[in-house]
Design a protein around this ligand. Structure first.
Ligand code: ADE
Ligand code: ZN
Length: 341
């Protein structure tokens, strides 16, 4: 039997991956203000506290409005490098060994920032992180679902020369009013071009959104998917087909999906056999990085050692590592828990 402090310590030390993390969602208020100064971008905030006071979200859209406002201070490849490097330092401190972060190129190209500066800045930091911190990575490019599908096709075209560094495409931003069917064509083309696919679904949308995302976009994993738990047949399908969900409890609470982590279905998901993973989503805005999400799940949902073992395994199982790389990581996880009685 472990107490919660011992369990959080295990969560910190166990090998694990983070698969649902928006790089732009790691923009801390201090960096937002630094970049605003560096790039001479006017902002309505003068102190970090003032930015944090704006973190009162009534739902996904009210968060996205602030998220896109914050993104406006990012202009150069160096900015994207610095943002990514800061996240890597935090992830390393939390014991993260592999990451598959998202970025939103359209949020930058529509402001005139060249696609190459965005990808170049991010990838230079990811390569440094791999060399210096030993954190491996796959990069996921998201389309903004509130923009027209034709814009997603254009963005996919921009990504083609970067297939060596962009592994997958995803779909994020406002779920309600922007159904998966809108992106069926561009996801089909992305698959034909060799990209893996993921999509946000069932964050604010119902279980039907998750089902239709699987049926029309044929994604390998669902980001969030929390509403799946209201549909037993869908749960059965997720388990039978081994479709992972990337779960972000602090995000779901901050955006009003649940009154507290205590109400979150993560534990039922694990107990049902869903390949659920634990992640931080937009940690600068939602009150914590990966280990904070583990701490909340341990303290408020009563997760035990076996749940942690499963979450660590799931984080690599659900990743885009090769089969051989996954086997090696899973062996590391099992070895860690074997000596951690
Ligand atoms: N973009 C950044 N964070 C997001 C989230 N939690 N849901 C949808 N789109 C996002
Ligand atoms: Zn997300």
């Amino acid at each position: 039997m472990h107490d919660t402090t011992a369990l959080v310590d295990i969560a910190a030390r166990m090998p694990k991956a983070e698969l649902h993390l928006h790089l732009e969602g790691t923009l801390e208020p201090e960096m937002l203000l630094d970049l605003a100064r560096r790039n001479a971008v006017p902002v309505r905030f003068s102190t970090a506290d003032e930015v944090r006071q704006a973190y009162e979200f009534t739902g996904l859209q009210s968060f996205l409005d602030l998220y896109y406002e914050g993104i406006g201070v990012m202009r150069t490849a160096q900015d994207f490098h610095d943002l990514t490097a800061a996240y890597l330092r935090r992830a390393s401190a939390d014991g993260v060994r592999h990451i598959e972060p998202f970025f939103d190129p359209q949020a930058h190209t529509r402001r005139g920032v060249p696609f190459d500066d965005v990808v170049g800045g991010i990838v230079s930091a990811l390569r440094e992180g791999e060399r210096e911190l030993g954190i491996t990575w796959r990069l996921v490019m998201c389309f903004l679902r509130d923009l027209p599908a034709i814009d997603a096709f254009e963005t996919l075209g921009q990504a083609l020369p970067y297939r060596d560094v962009i592994t997958a495409v995803g779909l994020d931003s406002s779920e309600i009013g922007n159904p998966p069917e809108k992106f069926e064509g561009v996801f089909s083309l992305a698959r034909a071009e060799g990209f893996q696919t993921v999509s946000h679904a069932g964050e604010e949308g119902d279980a039907g959104h998750v089902r239709r995302t699987l049926d029309t976009l044929h994604v390998s994993r669902i980001d969030h998917g929390v509403s799946s738990m209201t549909d037993p047949a869908l749960v059965e399908r997720l388990v039978a087909e081994g479709i992972p969900l990337t779960i972000c409890p602090l995000s779901n609470v901050k955006l009003g999906g649940f009154a507290s982590v205590r109400e979150h279905p993560l534990r039922e998901m694990l107990d049902a056999g869903i390949v659920a993973t634990l992640n931080s989503d937009d940690p600068a805005y939602f009150g914590g990085y990966l280990l904070d999400n583990y701490r909340a799940a341990i303290e408020e949902l009563g997760l035990g050692r076996d749940h942690l073992h499963t979450l660590a395994r799931n984080s690599f199982e659900a990743s885009f590592l090769t089969a051989a790389e996954k086997d090696a990581r899973l062996a590391e996880v099992d070895a860690f828990f074997a000596q951690e009685c």
